[in-house]
Structure formats: structure tokens, C-alpha cells
Write a protein that binds this ligand. Structure first.
Ligand SMILES: CC(C)(COP(=O)(O)OP(=O)(O)OC[C@H]1O[C@@H](n2cnc3c(N)ncnc32)[C@H](O)[C@@H]1OP(=O)(O)O)[C@@H](O)C(=O)NCCC(=O)NCCS
Length: 165
């Protein structure tokens, strides 16, 4: 049995590891080992994730297996205008296709009840993620140069309009 819950400081090491491995697996074929290693070191260290837990505009969730292992992670951020971005969504490959990713997505949406839409940025070429987001109601609204220091790559902005309460 897997449960989705808010991330705590006890999860920092496990989430840092999960993110590092997921980035390597997903993005090294697209942007190369060096870029992935640099970006991951800059962003996924436990102390960076700890600072995010303290940020009230960011909400982080984990999926925890019965044995306590962390098999998934999501983080969403609200900007100053109240627009919510799904910044990260990663599940362990053994959980691909299991519905865990959509459970995490639903946890993010439930925590932001009443928002009109949710958006995200996905690197072009991450076809599995793009297919997942399309399947769950996201549409491409923009194609642009990837942000966050991912130089030389295009990304897609996808947005999911939500039914108004
Ligand atoms: C993105 C992610 C969370 C999606 O979760 P998932 O459990 O793999 O998603 P699902 O299996 O439900 O959906 C993926 C779909 O893509 C399809 N797919 C797989 N590989 C594909 C490819 N190369 N091209 C197109 N579609 C592909 C699958 O068949 C599936 O569609 P289906 O259900 O109609 O068969 C997960 O794959 C993941 O953690 N990936 C690594 C991290 C990542 O890229 N995160 C997104 C960052 S923006």
C-alpha cells in the first residue's frame, strides 16, 4: 500500500536521491551527463530541498511505500500572481504506469482547490512525460527556450484548465 503525504525533513535524503537518479535517467539522453550533473548538484542537494520546505509558496509531496521507501515526489509552486506551476513530478521506474504519478498530481490539485488552472514546463523530447500530461488534461500553450539554466534546449509550457467550483 502506497500513501501520498506532505514531504517532511525526514524525506530530504530520499527525495534528493530519487530526483538525482530520475534526472540522470530522463535528461542525460537529452542534454548530456555533464549538464544533468551540474543542474542536479545545484538544485537537488538536501539543503536546497530543505529551503523549499520552508518556502510557503511551495508544496512538496511524497509517495511512501509500506516499507517506508519513497517511490514518488511532486512539488508545486505558486507565483506572486497566484498562478500554480507543477515544478516537479517524479516516480520510480518500477511505479511507471501504476497510477502513482496521477495520485501525486491529484494530491497537488487537492492542495490548491479553487485554482483556475495549473501549468508546467517540460523539456522537449521527454515524450513519456508529455504523453502523461496530455492524458491528464494538459495542453501545450507555448514552446520556448528552456529556463532554469538548461541552455540550448526547447521546452513546452503545458496548462490544464480546471473546472470552476
Ligand atoms: C512523467 C511520469 C511522472 C509519468 O508517470 P508514468 O507512470 O510513467 O505515466 P503513465 O504510464 O501513466 O503515462 C505515460 C504514457 O506515456 C506513454 N509513453 C511511454 N513512453 C513514451 C514515448 N517514448 N513516447 C510517447 N509516449 C510514451 C505510455 O504508454 C503511457 O501512455 P498510456 O497510458 O496511454 O499507455 C514518470 O514517467 C516519471 O517520473 N518520469 C521521469 C521524470 C519526469 O520526466 N518527470 C516529468 C518532468 S516535467
Amino acid at each position: 500500500m502506497t500513501r501520498i503525504r506532505a514531504m517532511t525533513s525526514d524525506d530530504l535524503a530520499a527525495v534528493s536521491r530519487l530526483l538525482g537518479q530520475s534526472w540522470r535517467r530522463t535528461y542525460a539522453p537529452i542534454m548530456g551527463d555533464e549538464t544533468v550533473a551540474r543542474l542536479s548538484a545545484e538544485r537537488h542537494a538536501p539543503e536546497k530541498l530543505a529551503a523549499e520546505l520552508e518556502d510557503e509558496d511551495k508544496m512538496s509531496f511524497v509517495a511512501e511505500d509500506a516499507d517506508g521507501s519513497i517511490t514518488g515526489y511532486a512539488m508545486a509552486m505558486m507565483d506572486t500572481k497566484g498562478d500554480v506551476m507543477l515544478e516537479r513530478l517524479h516516480v520510480e521506474p518500477r511505479a511507471f504506469g501504476s497510477g502513482l504519478a496521477v495520485d501525486l498530481l491529484h494530491a497537488v490539485l487537492a492542495a490548491h482547490a479553487g485554482i483556475p488552472s495549473i501549468a508546467l514546463e517540460v523539456i522537449e523530447g521527454n515524450d513519456r512525460a508529455i504523453a502523461f500530461y496530455r492524458k491528464h488534461g494538459f495542453e501545450v500553450v507555448e514552446r520556448r527556450e528552456a529556463s532554469h539554466g538548461v541552455g540550448g534546449h526547447a521546452s513546452l509550457i503545458m496548462r490544464h484548465m480546471l473546472p470552476m467550483a
